[in-house]
Every structure is written in structure tokens, then in C-alpha cells.
Design a protein around this ligand. Structure first.
Ligand code: SF4
Ligand code: SF4
Length: 167
């Protein structure tokens, strides 16, 4: 993500607009309607999910493994004490970018990149981080910047020099 967008998100965090959820959720719908995750899979290649106990049990069952065996084969505890993948890209990512455990994938995978979650103001740091990984989040942030520049301008017009959508 460009540094201007980073500064923009920091500004938003200091003074979150009241319509932030509404704006981000609308942009999420628009951007993901034209995003083909199967031609990207960057999240699965570069950042893995955190695994909850229920995730581990569900996926172990799918793989017909004992949870302890699944854990020792695929997972490790990170420095924060969270269960994460031992290696990346994710071992469940297939050559065509499909997820081989899709129906049982971890909750964090289902919810990524969290731009449809409520209380967006509370996760702006995470959004800034995800924009470095996910082209859709980067696009959402660029459009947010444009949107709030429009709102700030007298009469709703975009001022000269206002941030433009990244391309
Ligand atoms: S990084 Fe974003 S656009 Fe790419 S596959 Fe993941 S969610 Fe989809
Ligand atoms: S479990 Fe599936 S969705 Fe989650 S990171 Fe691995 S391949 Fe991607």
C-alpha cells in the first residue's frame, strides 16, 4: 500500500467517520464483485490463518487424522502463542489456487480480509496490514480515500490534488 494511504488510515483511526462501516461495506461489495480470488490467492500464499481449537478439530476430522497428529504435522505455535501454519504457501492450497478443504477451512480464512465486518474503526491497523497482501483491500482503501476526499470538498467535488484511485 502506498504511504499516503497509510497516513490516510491513521487519520481515519484518530477521527473515524460515522458512516465508516456503511462506506467500507459498500466498497467491499463493489470491489469483490469484480475480484477473482482464484487468480490471486496471495493471502493463502503469504499469510496463513490463526487456527482455533474448532478449526483444528474440524480439519483433522476431514483429513481423518487425530487432532494431535494434525497439529504436529501442519501447525506450530507462534511467538504470541497462536496456532499458525508451519509453512507457507498453505499446504491446502492447490495448483489452481483452490482450497482443498474449502468447506471446512478455518474461520479466519472465511472472514478474511474482514472488510465486511462491523466496527471497521476498530480494525484499521489490520486493514492497513491486509492492504499490503490483498489487492482488493488495497483497492478498497484507495476508494475510501477518494470517497472521503469528495465528502470533505465544498459541494462534494474532488479538490485539485486530492488522492486518486490507485491503478
Ligand atoms: S489476497 Fe485478497 S484478492 Fe487475493 S485471494 Fe486473498 S482475499 Fe482474494
Ligand atoms: S486453508 Fe484454504 S483458504 Fe485457508 S489459507 Fe489454506 S488454502 Fe487458503
Amino acid at each position: 500500500m502506498k504511504s499516503g494511504s497509510d497516513a490516510f488510515l491513521k487519520r481515519l483511526k484518530r477521527q473515524p467517520p460515522r458512516d465508516l462501516d456503511e462506506v467500507v461495506h459498500r466498497l467491499h461489495e463493489q470491489v469483490f464483485a469484480k475480484t477473482d480470488c482464484l487468480s490471486c490467492a496471495n493471502c493463502c500464499k503469504t499469510t496463513g490463518p490463526l487456527w482455533t481449537e474448532r478449526d483444528k478439530e474440524r480439519v483433522a476430522k476431514r483429513l481423518r487424522l487425530k487432532t494431535a497428529d494434525f497439529e504436529s504435522s501442519y501447525l506450530r505455535l507462534d511467538e504470541d502463542g497462536d496456532w499458525v501454519l508451519k509453512q507457507l504457501p498453505c499446504p491446502f492450497l492447490e495448483a489452481d489456487n483452490a482450497c482443498s478443504i474449502y468447506e471446512d477451512r478455518p474461520k479466519a480464512c472465511r472472514e478474511y480480509p474482514h472488510t465486511d465486518r462491523v466496527k471497521q474503526a476498530q480494525i484499521l491497523d489490520l486493514t492497513a496490514k491486509n492492504a499490503l497482501v490483498c489487492p482488493a483491500v488495497s483497492e478498497i482503501v484507495a476508494r475510501m480515500e477518494l470517497k472521503y476526499a469528495e465528502k470533505a470538498a465544498p459541494g462534494g467535488a474532488v479538490p485539485q490534488g486530492a488522492p486518486r484511485r490507485r491503478r
